[in-house]
Unconditional design. Sequence first.
Length: 739
Amino acid sequence: MKSLYVSVALGAFAPAALAQQFQHLSGLLPGTARWTEGVEAADVDRDGDLDLFFADGEGFNVAGVKRQNVLLINQFVPSGTLSFTDESVARLGARVSNAKAVITGDVNGDGWVDALVCNAWDTDVPFLYINQGAANPGFFAMESATRGFTAAVSSGGGQFGDIDDDGDLDLVLNDAYLGTAARRPRVYVNNGLGVFTYTAAAMSAAPTKTAQMETHLADVDNDWDLDFVGFTRAANGGTNHYLLLNNGAGTFAPAPVTIPSNSASTYAGEVGDLDGDNDLDMFLVSSSSFNEGAIRNNLSGSTLGFTAQTVLTDSNDDNEICLFDWDVDGDYDVLVGSLSNTRETMWTNGGSGNFTAAPATLITAISDPTLDATVADLDNDGRYDIVTAQGESNTAQWANKVYRNSGPVDARKPVLVAQNEPTSVQAAGPWKVRAKIRDQVLDNGLNWVKASARYVVRRTTAVESVFFNVGGISQPSVTISAGGIVRLTSGSGADTVQFTSAPYDHTVSIPGGGSADVVLVHPGVYTYTLVSSGFSGTITVTGSDASVAGLHMGGQQYRFLLSDNAGGTGKALVYELVFTDAAGNTRVSSPRTIPLIDCTMSTYCTAKTNSLGCVPTILAAGSPSTVAGSGFTIAAQSVLNQKSGLFFFSLSGTAAQPFQGGTMCIAPPRLRSQILNSGGSTSGNDCSGNFALDFNAYMRANPTLFGVGDVVTGQFWSRDPADPFQTSLTDALRLGLCQ
C-alpha cells in the first residue's frame, strides 16, 4: 500500500517534482541582509498564516555587532498573495542583541504564542517577548526581568517543554556558545503563569561542556517524560554531546549510554523516529568528521542503546537539520542547511532509516551560507515550504530565503504512536491522559499539529444491543447519547466493524458467537460496515461532549487534562483524541473508556460517648493504596487508656444499626483487625488512649481481600469496663481505593 500511495502521489505532481520541487522566491523577505543565525515560524497574530522570527547578530566565537530582533508578518491572509512586511520594531520594540536562536511557545497559557530570543556571550539576558493577545494581537512586550530572566547567559539554543508534567511550558537553554568556557545547560521552571525560576539543581548532575549548539527535549527512553539531548561543536570530556534522562520531575542526569558520534563539528541535529519503530532516533550534521549520519535508537524495554549508522558521503560544512517528509511517503526525509555546498542538501529516507541522496535538482541551486532553516506551510496550500537563514561567510548571499514547495500535497493523517492513561481514576477528576504522535515535519520541536480531547463523563451503564448473523443486522440504525455503548453481537462467524465516516477510521473486532462494545463520544451520524459480510449500519450520537485543548509538551508528546463535569457522580470517562496538522489532515483516536472510582474519604455516623464522657473520634492520615505497603494510617483518639480494641471494617457499605448501646456503622459481613492496645496513661482512668492501624500494610498483607475500586467502611471498637455493655465505639470512616 505504501508503494502504491507514493507512486500515485508523485505521479500527480511528476512535472513539478522532476523539474524542481523547491523553488527559490527571490526578494520575498524584506529588510536589510544581516548575519542571521536562527529562524522560527509562528502565527503570532492568529490570522491563519505563519509569520517569521529571525535571530540576527554578528559573531562566530566572540561577540560582534548587535542587530535588531526581527519579526516579519505574513500577508497571505487576507491578501491571498504570499508576501511579508518587516514589523520588527513596531511589534518587538527597538531591541538589539547577539541573537543566535528564536524559540516560541505559549508560556502563560493565554492561547497566544510568545517568543524567546537566545543571546550569546553573556551580552544580554534571554529576551522573553510576551504576546499581548486579544488586546493587541501579535504585538509583544519584552518582559524578561519580571518573568525570571535577570542573568546574562551565552545561549545559542533552547526549547520550551513541560519537563515536570504539570501542564505548562518550562524552558531548557544551553549556556556555553562557541568561545564560551564549559558550563551546564540551564533549566527554568514555569509557575503556570509564565514566570520562570532558574533551577540549578535540575542540571547539577550534568557535566560541563563548551560549544553547546542545539537543545532538544524528547522522550528517548519511552517513559513519558522529556529527556534532554544537546549537541555541541567541540570535543568535550567523556562524550561530546549531552544525553540526559529526566527523572519525571524535571531533574536530569546522564544516561547510562552515550551518543555515538566522534565529530567535534556538530552544529546541529534532530531527534525523531527515522525507522518507524516508535522510538526516537537522531540525525546529525557532522556525525563523523563533516559527514552527516543517522543514529539508531535500539531501545528494548527499558534498556537504552544507540548505534551510529553508515555515514553519508557529504563532507560539506553544514549547520542545520530538519526532518521533513517532502515526498509524502510516510517517513522522515532530511533537509540539511549547508554553509559550503552549492545548494541545500536533501536525503531521502527508504523507510527504515536508510538514506540516499535526493536528486540534485530538487531545490534551487544557490551557494549561500545557511546557518539555520525551518519547514512551514507559508501559503496554506498543504505543502511545506523551506525558509533558510544566512550568515558568517559569503556576505553577498546573506539575504534570508524562502523556497516554495510545488510537490505533492500532504494528505497523510498524523500517526498516533502511543497513549498513556490510568487504568482507573477517581470520580471527582481532573483526569490526565497523554499521547505521542508522528507527522510530516519535525524541526526543533515544531510539528504543526494541534490537538484536543473530546470527552463525556458517563453516568449510566445502559447498553444498546445490535445482533447480526448471515441474514443481516437486527437494527441497522440505532441512537445513543454521547459516550453511550452499542453492543454488537455475532450470531455467526467473527467479523470486523469498520467505521467509514471521515475522519473516523476505527475498527472493532467481534469474535464468532461473541460480542464487542462500540463507544462513541462526539455527536453525529456514524456509518459502519461489517467487513466480512458487507452489511452496513449507522449509529446516531445525540447530546453533547466536552472539549479541551492539548498541550504540546515537546518531542511530539501531548498532555490533556480533562475536568469533571458530573459533580463526582460519573461511572466512566469516555474520551477520544483529535490531532490536526497544518494541511488539515485529522486523526481521531479510537474512543477509550476509563472506569471512575469514588476515591473520596469521609467520616459519618455517630460515636458512642464513653463512660468518662469522652467522644472517641476516628481519623486518617496519608494516601490509601492496595500495593504501597505503608503510608496510610487509620487512628482513633479520645479513647480510654490501656484498653484493648480492634478495627471493624467492611467492603459492603454503610449501616446504622443499634449495637451495645451505640451504633454499628458498617454493613455486614464485617471483618476485623488484630487486637490493638490503646496505650496512653499507665495508671488511672482517662481518655489519653489512641489506636493506630497502618491500613496500607494490612491491605498489602491481605491482597486477596482488597482491589482498586473497592469502598471500605470502618469503625473502632474498644473495651469500656464502666459502660453497661463494656463497649466503646468511634464514629466511622468511608474511603475509596483508587490504587
